[in-house]
Ligand binder design. Structure first.
Ligand code: HEM
Length: 505
């Protein structure tokens, strides 16, 4: 009797193991049978590296524009040029628009309710449609008053506390997203919470099958370990609770104001039925503006005089440039594009894509279920598309060049997953670059002996997004008159911004 029980248990374990392992074995067999057609790639992986994009660039140089890596059971493809990314992620978007499985960020942190990490599914389509209705070009233009007023506040912060420039840029970006979404300008402390929360969520996202980050991504069964034995899991679930509390609070506030007739134009009008966290962040705009400041410090002599001549001519000397001016600021627009190219914040090309069917590209087999990474570090910093890629040269965007798509760069990604915040984000970057150039001289800092403090244009953060590490610089108003204009416009903006604060209380 005992023997039969033991045998049954043994059989049950063996069958469960086979059922669990079958997809893996099947995938292994498929990869093996196509081994001669897989793209080229290294035999061994580097693990635990902090800036995987540097390694990916080496691989692209060594093996070409399509590189194969076997990361655990997952076939992973690293694309190394604008053209291959366009051919696959854009033109073959029907099968290149899913996401890899994100156990930490997607399943545990947000219970599958984060569109950013959602596979190509009905949930994702609904979420994307909603975002599209709120952030397509025409709709994004209705948020410009908020962006312009917040930018007035930012210019004033740069005037009064230039050393804290980085915090001001982050406050600006977080505040715009929150105000645009919920029609309510959250107090600074609350904005800090949003910045902090987004940074943490992004950090977890780094789990994306990039060598060696979280064990649970490699061994999904760990997801079911009780929190008692898994402090890392307790921490993620705690964060999820905080996220939900915060977003529910903001949405309840929106409902109250809608009922009272005091809700200004904002995205929340589109999403009253959608209680879930939209997973929207805008750390990219803040990071891009920090890169612009770094470029001013390092390369300013080569482009600032020309840019200032242009903004002065268009805006005159008694007001900050406006959104309407941007159409006439051709050189400033080239600076914006060069900023987004030179140091792409979404350095890995944003969240990786995944394929939903087998494919063959230039004779190479790309299996269903592959993770596709298109690192912007490889795509934006290659000599073929951008000669002297680490030089900041806005002129590249004034010349005729061959480049897929109509932006001349790939900073917002590709195809069906292209960044839905593209119009909002690029408008934030553009208006603030124009205004900083108009109002301030941005130069290298000087030490106590009066010597120039050099900056390192390669000192960037690790992680999913990459932005400049803190660096010293000097931000001073171009003249007393410029300072007075910044002050005057700030006072006016404060009055107008009241509709996004007082109305809420
Ligand atoms: C300078 C600013 C920005 C840059 C450079 C940027 C860049 C990117 C990139 C590269 C992607 C990945 C695209 C892909 O998978 O192919 C992305 C996705 C995304 N971005 Fe942005 N972004 C910016 C601003 C914003 C803003 C302001 C918002 C919110 C309003 C936003 C919301 C999103 C969302 C929700 C996704 C995921 C889309 C999906 O999975 O379908 N982004 N962004």
């Amino acid at each position: 009797m005992f023997g039969v029980v033991l045998l049954s248990i043994g059989l049950a374990v063996a069958v469960s193991y086979l059922v669990l392992e079958f997809p893996r074995l099947h995938q292994g067999w498929r990869l093996w049978s196509h081994r001669s057609q897989l793209p080229p790639g290294p035999k061994t992986l580097k693990t635990g590296i902090r800036k995987p994009w540097l390694w990916f660039l080496e691989l692209n140089k060594q093996y070409g524009d399509v590189v194969y890596l076997q990361m655990g059971p997952t076939p992973t493809i690293i694309l190394g040029s604008a053209q291959t990314a366009w051919d696959l992620l854009e033109k073959r978007g029907a099968i290149y628009s899913s996401r890899p499985r994100f156990i930490m960020g997607g399943e545990l942190l947000s219970n599958g309710m984060r569109g950013l990490m959602a596979p190509y599914s009905n949930f994702w389509r609904r979420w994307r449609k909603l975002l599209h209705s709120g952030f397509m070009q025409r709709q994004s233009e209705t948020y410009r008053p908020i962006q312009a007023l917040e930018s007035n506040v930012l210019m004033h912060e740069l005037l009064t506390n230039p050393k804290g420039y980085r915090t001001h840029l982050e406050r600006y970006a977080a505040s715009v997203v929150v105000t645009v979404t919920y029609g309510r300008r959250v107090e600074d402390v609350r904005t800090d919470a949003v910045v902090q929360m987004n940074a943490e969520a992004m950090e977890r996202l780094t789990s994306v099958n990039i060598p060696g980050k979280y064990a649970v991504e490699r061994y999904p069964a760990l997801k079911y370990v009780p929190t008692m034995f898994a402090p890392w899991k307790a921490q993620v679930l705690e964060q999820r609770k905080k996220d939900i509390q915060m977003y529910t609070g903001l949405m309840n506030d929106v409902k109250k104001r809608l009922a009272a007739g005091s809700l200004p134009n904002c995205f929340a009008k589109h999403l009253l039925d959608e209680q879930h966290n939209l997973g929207m962040t805008d750390l990219e705009s803040a990071g891009s503006l920090a890169s612009f400041i770094l470029a001013c410090v390092k390369f300013g002599d080569s482009f600032i005089p020309k840019a200032q001549a242009e903004v002065d001519k268009v805006a005159g000397d008694d007001r900050l440039p406006t959104f309407d001016d941007l159409a006439s600021l051709e050189y400033v627009r080239a600076i914006v594009s060069e900023t987004l190219r030179w140091r792409p914040v979404a350095v890995l090309g944003g969240t990786p894509h995944a394929t939903t069917a087998d494919d063959v590209y230039n004779g190479m087999f790309i299996p269903k279920g592959s993770t596709i990474i298109a690192p912007l570090w490889s795509i934006h910093l290659n000599d073929a598309d951008f000669p002297d890629p680490h030089e900041f040269q806005p002129e590249r965007f004034l010349e005729q060049r061959e480049y897929p798509g109509n932006l001349g760069h790939s900073a917002f990604g590709w195809g069906r997953r292209i960044c839905p915040g593209l119009h909002l984000g690029s408008a934030s970057v553009a208006i603030n670059i124009a205004r900083i150039l108009w109002a301030f001289d941005v130069k290298p800092a000087r030490n106590a002996k009066g010597e120039v403090v050099d900056v390192d244009i390669f000192a960037f953060s690790d992680g999913f997004n990459s932005s400049p590490l803190p660096f010293e610089c000097s931000i001073t108003p171009r003249s007393e008159r410029h300072a007075r204009v910044v002050e005057r416009e700030f006072q006016e903006a404060r009055g107008e911004l009241r509709q996004y604060t007082a109305a809420a209380n």
